[in-house]
Design a protein around this ligand. Structure first.
Ligand code: FES
Length: 320
């Protein structure tokens, strides 16, 4: 996928569901059904601001069986480069947005005998749609959802209604924390665990599962890296013959796109590997922020994921 393939949608509802999270409902302007998706899918929302274009990934939280609308939950990220702030502060009901077709990089395993879903904060969103896929089906599942306090528990009432008895909430403010070791050391054979949330939360689940003897193939996680801002730097695109500056608050990928050069992408969060780009020359340091390249590949410095990574160099040349 690249920047060309998008659908027009209208924002049909916006609801503030926690102090930090807004819930957006999107529909096709002509009311036609939206493309099919499965639980765990995300879309890229394209926001054309006056001075720049934002393209941010958001998990679909609506029921995959209902293609009349898509729903996303957007957490305001104060430290972000502006995409979530644009959705929170600028976008209103009736506005048009563009979205890319859904892609699922966090699917439920088809032969799991049980699904153990663990969410931290805004990491609840992919599980909302997965629960719609799972409820009423033959495979048991349970969801453990950790938030800082009850007012931050987005969609808790909806979850309780959709999956009664299957959802357990944990509040930091009440000293109610998930007992990861107890949970992960006491699951039936064939269980798959899925985790989404902040990096430290995901790391804790993965480390605990491994320590409890879980096979890596049964551990699934999703964390789109929020592309960090950084110092501006210059990049030369060898094939296109262009040299451009990547501003502080733009990603390398956004700067390349703004120069009219297309790079394939799926996640724009350092996960899928689609945007991997060959580094022809770098006289400084590549600042890798992705979850895709191995440590050895990062150390070799021959590839970069421009959706999240940057450089600190006088001269950076990419094979584009
Ligand atoms: S678009 Fe997925 S890693 Fe860059």
């Amino acid at each position: 996928m690249s920047g060309g393939q998008t659908l027009d949608v209208t924002v049909t509802a916006i609801e503030q569901v926690t102090p930090l999270i807004k819930h957006f409902t999107l529909a096709r302007p002509d009311g036609a059904p939206l493309p099919a998706f499965s639980g765990g899918s995300h879309i890229i929302v394209v926001m054309r601001g006056p001075n720049r274009v934002y393209r941010n990934p958001y998990s679909l939280l609506s029921a995959p069986q209902d293609l009349g609308t898509y729903e996303i939950g957007v957490r305001r990220m104060e430290e972000s480069r502006g995409g979530s702030q644009y959705l929170h502060d600028v976008v209103k009901v009736g506005d048009r947005l563009e979205i890319a077709h859904p892609v699922n990089l966090f699917p439920l395993d088809k032969i799991a005998r049980k699904h153990l879903l663990i969410a931290g904060g805004i990491g609840i969103t992919p599980f909302m749609a997965q629960i719609e896929d799972l409820r009423g089906g033959p495979v048991p599942f349970e969801l453990h959802y950790s938030v800082r306090s009850p007012e931050h528990a987005a969609f808790a009432a909806r979850l309780a209604a959709r999956a009664p008895g299957r959802v357990q909430l944990y509040y930091d403010s009440e000293q109610r924390f998930i007992d990861f070791e107890g949970l992960l050391s006491n699951q039936p054979l064939g269980t798959h665990v899925y985790v989404c949330g902040p990096a430290g939360f995901i790391g804790k689940v993965i480390d605990t599962a491994k320590a409890c003897g879980w096979a890596g193939s049964h551990i699934h996680w999703e964390q789109f890296a929020a592309p960090p801002a950084g110092d501006a730097f210059e990049v030369t695109l060898a094939k296109s013959g262009k040299t451009l500056t990547v501003p502080t608050d733009s990603t390398l990928l956004e700067a390349i796109e703004a120069a009219g050069v297309e790079v394939p992408y799926l996640c724009r969060g350092g996960v899928c590997g689609f945007c991997q780009t060959k580094v022809v020359e770098c006289d400084g340091e590549l600042l890798h922020h992705d979850h895709y390249l191995s440590d050895a590949e990062k150390a070799r410095g021959k590839a970069i994921m421009p959706c999240v990574s940057r450089a600190r160099a006088q001269r950076l040349v990419l094979d584009l």
